[in-house]
Design a protein around this ligand. Sequence first.
Ligand SMILES: C[S@@+](CC[C@H](N)C(=O)[O-])C[C@H]1O[C@@H](n2cnc3c(N)ncnc32)[C@H](O)[C@@H]1O
Length: 508
Amino acid sequence: MPSKNKRRRVEERSTIHPRNKYSENPPDFGALATLYPSFKPYVFYSSRDGRPRIDWTDYNATRELTRVLLLHDHGLNWWIPDGQLCPTVPNRSNYIHWIEDLLSSDIIPDCRADGDVVKGFDIGTGTNCIYPLLGASLLGWRFVGSDITDVALEWAERNVRSNPHISELIEIRKVQNDNKTFEEKDIQTEDGGECGGTVDLANMGVADIRPSPLSSLELHSRLQNYHGTPILLGVVKDGEKFDFCMCNPPFFETMEDAGLNPKTACGGTSEEMVCPGGEQAFITRIIEDSVQLKQSFRWYTSMIGRKSNLKILISKLREVGVTVVKTTEFVQGQTCRWGLAWSFVPPYKKIVSSHVTEKNNLSFMLEGLQRQYSAFHVLQSVESFFCSSGASCKIDSSSFKIDIIASKDQCEAILKSQTENVSSITTYKLGISDGPDQLDFQSTEVHLSISVFQQIPGTLLVRGVLLQRESPNKGAFVLVFRKLEDVLKSKFCKTKTIAELSTSGQKR
Ligand SMILES: C[S@@+](CC[C@H](N)C(=O)[O-])C[C@H]1O[C@@H](n2cnc3c(N)ncnc32)[C@H](O)[C@@H]1O
């Protein structure tokens, strides 16, 4: 049982995506019980505060809650057989909205995989088929949902057919295990098979990146990892293109590891929860498939259950040469999961136009600040942003201002540094299209000051001033300030805290 302090810390971090339907209005069990008689028997009123609650350890209660939420809030008809993994609607919606953010960001060019409609691939859609149902009903996305078990395929189909208004958008695809080992198939691909296809980027104005042949060492390590049924390679059809894939993988190596949370009853059979090597092996395989499929997907994503695996998988991604890595944290109640996304599409360069590079004075707003952060936290982050490169910083906490002196090397180190949740390989560049990649640095140092002002609650203004008025280093000032903007926005404006959801929070 977690200590009170730990519990409080987790609750403080409870986050929900601001566009999540439940962000402002957590499910009201009392109102749902009145509207849906089948849900009523599961609702009781707490003797402590009189609030309506359900018993999270009762599988039938959690399944009925999911059913009524999907019906009431999403207009979806839905059911799963006893014991199958029961999804939690607010939690699964967070993943959908995070993908929506990735797709609408300008990290990589917005070039739809297949016409106007966004097309996703849900790896292991399960009996519940939750991601295609939510993605199609909330955002009109098309989906292929794959799975390996008969029960998952049958019930996912049923759940799609029960919703004729979106059924055209969703295809359920059986993963064929055609008795060839995965290694054999994969080696054929290396020899010129169809699976390594890349999107023709000629019309996108970005360079094509084709899969490079694997060294014998790489191949050896891949053969060791490859067990089980195909995941993407061999399931994605020749020439198919997707905007993203997503996956809630079998997290555990054994059912004992799954250590089913005694505080919740979300079901989950061994086929759903377990795979040899656990999530690390499963996602490693997705990464290796992505090396072959490259730009057939704009974004590859997966949910991750263990932070230690997140670090290992990020290293793996760097090894295989992806162009972008993004991560996020999904926290709800006392359950924490991570989202990992990567791409092989060359990222946009941040272009700073020449009229901006003339400015001595720049500012940006930090809006939708998470409740636990104040102007002081932002000021501290500004300090560590500059100090980490060795720049000299003098902080004046009373006026929320920092004076900074940075050399050319220090500015370059700042621009090259990789920051969690900021496109790790974004290039910051001067000029409209073909400006210099090198910093045009004409005096030894840049002197600047950064101030943080409270505007209204939840909104801060960050202002940067180049203190050498006639400095020829304006370009460096602009680029560094733009990077600071990206880092602070990514850190402080991601999601919004709602404490309420941690009490009624559903867990996987
Ligand atoms: C944890 S469940 C996720 C179910 C659902 N997406 C959710 O979020 O509740 C994992 C699913 O992956 C499926 N699975 C396992 N190996 C697979 C593979 N190679 N390809 C596709 N699905 C697979 C399992 O059958 C199971 O339905």
